[in-house]
Design a protein around this ligand. Structure first.
Ligand SMILES: CC(C)(COP(=O)(O)OP(=O)(O)OC[C@H]1O[C@@H](n2cnc3c(N)ncnc32)[C@H](O)[C@@H]1OP(=O)(O)O)[C@@H](O)C(=O)NCCC(=O)NCCS
Length: 183
C-alpha cells in the first residue's frame, strides 16, 4: 500500500506528555550516503574485512535514515537475510546508501545498498543489499506512530510495493514461529 498524501499529518503523544507533529515525509528527506575506508583493524590477517564490520555500518546507515524519517529514537527490530557477494579488502572504500522503503504504523523498512570501491582503480562492486526494520520509540520506550511515507518516483513506488510484500512475509514468519514455540 502506498500511503496517500491526504493521510498526511496529525499529532502523536511522545510519551512525555508533549504532542509532536506527524507530517508526511518524502523518501529523499531521509535517505543518506555513508562512506568509510577500511583499515587493518577492520580485517583478518589475510586482509579480508570482517562481515561484522560491514554489518555494523549497515545498521549505522539504516539507523540514520530511520531517525531522519522518524525524528525520534529508533531501535533495530530485525534484519533480513544478508548475503556478501564479494570480499572487501583493507584500503577499499565502503559506500552505503540507505533509504526508507515502507512505513507501517510504528515500524519502517530501510533498504541499505553496499558497494565497495578500490580507490586506486575506481572499480566498484555491489557487495550486499540489506533490509532492516526499525521501530520508533517514545520517551517511555514504547512504539510511537510514524509520519506517513510518500514515494514519488516509479523506482520509489516499486520499492515501496516490494517492501510491503516483505513485511507481510516477515509478519507471517513471526506468527508461524510463535505457533511452533507455543507462545
Ligand atoms: C522492537 C520492539 C520495540 C518491538 O516491541 P513490541 O512490544 O513487539 O511492539 P509491537 O508488538 O507493538 O510492534 C511494534 C511494531 O514493530 C514491529 N515489529 C515488532 N517486532 C518485529 C520484528 N522482530 N521484525 C519486524 N518488525 C517487528 C511490529 O510489526 C509493529 O509494526 P507496526 O506498528 O508498523 O505495525 C521491542 O521488541 C524491542 O525493544 N526490541 C529490542 C530492540 C533493540 O534493542 N535493538 C537493538 C539490537 S539488540
Amino acid at each position: 500500500m502506498i500511503q496517500k498524501p491526504s493521510a498526511a499529518s496529525g499529532t502523536a503523544d511522545d510519551g512525555l506528555g508533549t504532542e509532536r507533529i506527524v507530517k508526511e515525509k518524502r523518501i529523499r528527506d531521509g535517505d543518506i550516503v555513508l562512506a568509510q575506508v577500511m583499515n587493518p583493524e577492520d580485517a583478518n590477517p589475510a586482509g579480508n574485512v570482517h562481515g561484522g564490520v560491514i554489518m555494523k555500518l549497515i545498521d549505522t546507515a539504516g539507523g540514520v535514515a530511520a531517525i531522519r524519517h522518524a525524528r525520534c529514537n529508533v531501535v533495530t527490530a530485525s534484519v533480513d537475510r544478508l548475503d556478501f557477494f564479494h570480499p572487501v579488502f583493507i584500503g577499499d572504500l565502503v559506500i552505503l546508501r540507505a533509504s526508507v522503503n515502507f512505513v507501517g504504523r510504528t515500524s519502517m523498512e530501510v533498504g541499505v545498498r553496499v558497494e565497495s570501491e578500490d580507490p586506486r582503480t575506481g572499480g566498484r562492486r555491489h557487495t550486499s543489499t540489506a533490509y532492516l526494520t526499525y521501530v520508533a520509540l517514545d520517551g517511555n520506550s514504547r512504539p510511537l506512530p510514524l509520519p506517513p511515507l510518500v514515494p514519488e518516483t516509479d523506482d520509489e513506488k516499486r520499492r515501496n510495493r516490494e517492501a510491503e510484500a516483505r513485511r507481510k512475509t516477515r509478519l507471517a514468519e513471526k506468527t508461524k514461529e510463535k505457533e511452533c514455540s507455543g507462545a
